[in-house]
Write a protein that binds this ligand. Structure first.
Ligand code: SAM
Length: 753
């Protein structure tokens, strides 16, 4: 684990799109190769000295020699773009910084997309209709350069300055890290065995299960690591390296114990994770969990463009580059002189801090403009806001989370990022599609054990028990059926469900997907459309899954330098059979009776698993007395607006005590003037259903996602404003959703759509 690890490259393909850079500079003179005997820059010398010092500290002459050798051998930066900037110019950190400061990202070809049309695409250039972004690109570009400068020339120089400087720095860091790693390996090999010998790993004593255990003190981390290496070497070449009479099982048992001791996992979890990979790969996985993933931000294309954002941040002293060709909105951060969660751009919602792997489920979902999309477990909203951005704030997103306090954070992000097409709900997702259904697409980013994000949360190493791996998959299975049932199979543009977790276990991924395939014959797996990722397992540890499971995608920290993740995409092509497991309210979004298709019955406990922190909070709840005051105030305000004196008009009779408030709080989704406003009254549920708002037995609980504004009873849901005096509902591109207040025991008030 080293400082440099923070700066490791982000996933495939490589972040710098050299082809783009070279293509863009096709008019530039051919670059001369870097001279062989090139004088080392001050930075390089400094880095070399650092490496030498580190090695010397470890009192290891080999390491010093290794570092020197590695540095000599270090090739000129692979990504370095020969540029009209001299070595001298870029030979110092100060110079690099100056260049970074000077850089204008409008000219940073590398920050463009891979598209042929000037590296730009819709993603990067939102509609000119956006209220904040000045989409006149030409105007923007010209404004950035002084009139007397040749724009191309300046672009050229500054582009090169940024890239060369960054690349050089990265390559130096990599060279040093490689040198250290290699020296460490060699040191380890020297300490124990000469390569090729049969290492003595297993001892004769046995543990309570009859497995041989070594007497090696587990506190001796260096020796433990050496033995880990040796055991893996033996397992790789068992025939030649195993001791006589020893079985693979014995070596594996030793490996498991050493992994637990070295990395601090419970034996239960280490065993589960070890089973996923061959021994050497498992070692790489455990090792990768010890280092943080690169910091990544996602450009909010509702507010800005990636190139513009990059330039602003570079000007603030942030070193960054595009996350990779696979994303047009991600920026990987290498170093920052400012806290990225507090820049003016952050506060203005130009970006969100988001792990690269979290882009993937949304990319797989591929929401389209004007669709109705459900994000079933949405808080804190990284994916919801991405969905809204891809939809360019059109259509309607229902962002649901069962955890009230987390849902508040979701509302905060939605507001900050300028999302205006989203309604926040606070249900258990198991209540869908009864609450609302008939969606074009549904994302289920399921609650999970987090075995893919151990680098972020090391407590996962020890706090997950067997019970968790029964409870979580149980919940995930129920949720995935609810997700499928909430989709309109007849959707003209969609009919898709994406299931994702930030876990790598089979129980939470392939087994859940297989369960869905078994219980819902009306869905099949389809390509995720993601350009990288390992195939899901079709068989592992004696379990076999449907061959189409290979269409699902797995992501690991050690393979792509992203958080561990799983993504599966389903297409729904028919109605859910009425007698299918948990098919309550699932039959049809169009109100037609579902054909009876026999499906194997299985008892599914539909009782929601309670979140421990799900105590009643004021999230979206109603307080009738308080409401009454606000309602009256709103009425007075309305009268004043009409030019009437509120005092001259007799006050309306307030609701008799005990009677449920008949007032209808209506949620108006603002920001999309194109939406029709059509009224759906109390009897209009059926009509609303026809319009796409699923109303069958709808018990829409706080579909408003209402947020109480202090001093004003105003329900807001991401640009959706439910105001008591507005008395209008305009939800779902045409269907008006009236939320009728109704008492429901001690729980939050429910509303009927
Ligand atoms: C992996 S997180 C979601 C992250 C979110 N999609 C994002 O990108 O920011 C899982 C979420 O599921 C929520 N959750 C847990 N059980 C749920 C349930 N039964 N219904 C709805 N949400 C649930 C948790 O509160 C948590 O916020």
């Amino acid at each position: 684990m080293g400082v440099g690890n923070r700066f490791k490259k982000q996933g495939p393909p490589g972040p710098l799109d050299e082809s783009l850079v070279t293509r863009k500079r096709k008019d530039a003179p051919a670059a001369a190769p870097e001279p062989r005997g090139k004088k080392r820059s001050r930075t390089e010398i400094r880095e070399f000295k650092k490496a030498t010092k580190v090695a010397a500290k470890a009192n290891n002459p080999n390491k010093v020699a290794m570092s020197e050798h590695r540095l000599k051998a270090a090739k000129p930066a692979k990504k370095v773009v020969p540029a009209p900037v001299s070595d001298e110019d870029m030979s110092d950190d100060d110079d690099l910084e100056t260049a970074m400061e000077a850089v204008n990202v409008t000219g940073l070809d590398a920050l463009g997309s891979a598209s042929d049309s000037d590296g730009l695409d819709d993603d990067e250039f939102p509609d000119s209709g956006s209220d904040i972004v000045d989409s006149d690109d030409d105007v923007r570009k010209t404004a950035m350069w002084s009139d007397d400068e040749d724009e191309d020339e300046v672009k050229e120089k500054l582009t090169a300055a940024n890239i060369v400087g960054l690349s050089r720095k990265l390559d130096m860091q990599k060279a040093i890290e490689d040198a250290e790693a290699q020296a460490e390996l060699e040191e380890a090999a020297m300490t124990t065995n000469i390569a090729g010998d049969r290492p003595k790993i297993l001892e004769d004593s046995e543990d309570e299960e009859g497995q041989p255990i070594s007497k090696l003190a587990t506190q001796d981390l260096q020796l433990l690591r050496t033995r880990l290496n040796d055991t893996i070497r033996v397992l790789d070449d068992f025939k030649n390296l195993a001791e006589e009479g020893r079985s693979r099982v014995e070596y594996r048992a030793q490996l498991l114990k050493d992994i637990c001791a070295y990395y601090g996992y419970s034996e239960f979890l280490a065993d589960k994770l070890l089973n996923l990979f061959p021994a050497r790969e498992a070692f790489a996985f455990f090792e990768a969990n010890e280092t943080p993933r690169p910091m990544v931000i996602r450009t909010n294309t509702l507010r800005t463009h990636r190139r513009e954002l990059a330039q602003t941040l570079i000007n603030r002293g942030v070193q960054l580059e595009p996350v990779g060709k696979w994303s047009k909105v991600g920026l990987q951060i290498f170093e920052s002189q400012v806290p990225l969660g507090a820049t003016p751009e952050y506060l203005a919602g130009h970006y969100i801090l988001q792990a690269a792997s979290s882009f993937l489920p949304v990319m797989a979902l591929a929401p389209q403009e004007n669709e109705r999309v459900l994000d079933m477990a949405a808080a804190p909203g990284g994916k919801t806001t991405h969905i809204a951005a891809l939809m360019k704030n059109t259509g309607c997103v229902f962002a649901n989370d069962s955890n009230k306090s987390r849902a508040k954070g979701l509302i905060g992000n939605i507001h900050r990022l300028g999302v205006k097409n989203t309604i926040v709900c606070n249900y258990s997702a198991l209540e869908f599609p009864k609450a609302v259904g008939g969606f074009d697409r549904v994302l289920l980013d399921a609650p999970c054990s987090g075995t893919g994000v151990i680098a972020k949360d090391a407590s996962v190493k020890t706090n997950k028990t067997e019970l968790d791996f029964m409870r979580l998959p149980h919940l995930q299975k129920q949720l995935i059926l609810a997700a499928i049932d909430s989709v309109d199979h007849a959707s003209k543009t969609g009919g898709y469900i994406v299931y994702s977790t930030c876990s790598v276990t089979i129980e939470e991924n392939e087994q859940v997907v297989q369960y869905a395939l078994n219980k819902r014959p009306n869905v099949r797996l389809v390509e995720t459309g993601l350009s990288f990722g390992k195939e899901g397992f079709t068989s592992i540890m004696g379990k076999t899954f449907h061959p189409s499971m290979k269409l699902t995608r797995r992501y690991y920290p050690h393979t792509y330098n992203v958080d561990g993740f799983f993504v599966a995409k389903f297409k729904k092509f028919g109605l859910t059979p009425a007698n299918a497991v948990g098919a309550n309210g699932a039959a049809s979004s169009s109100g037609k009776a579902a054909p009876t298709v026999p499906v194997q019955e299985e008892y599914v406990d539909k009782r929601p698993i309670k979140d421990s922190d799900e105590e009643d909070s004021d999230f979206g709840g109603w307080d009738e007395d308080e409401d009454e005051v606000y309602m009256q105030r709103a009425e007075r305000a309305q009268l004043r607006r009409k030019g009437k004196n509120p005092k001259a008009v007799p006050p309306k009779k307030s609701n008799p005590a005990g009677k449920p408030l008949a007032d209808k709080v209506e949620a108006k989704v603002t920001g999309n003037s194109a939406w029709k406003t059509e009224k759906a009254d109390a009897n209009g549920a059926e009509e609303a259903a026809k319009k796409g708002v699923k109303a069958s037995g709808a018990k829409a609980k706080k579909v408003d996602g209402a947020e109480k504004a202090p001093g004003k009873k105003q329900a807001k849901a991401s640009g959706a404003e439910a105001s008591a005096d507005a008395k209008k509902a305009d939800v779902n591109g045409g269907a008006e959703l009236k939320l009728q207040k109704k008492k429901s025991g001690s729980g939050p008030r429910k509303a009927k759509a």
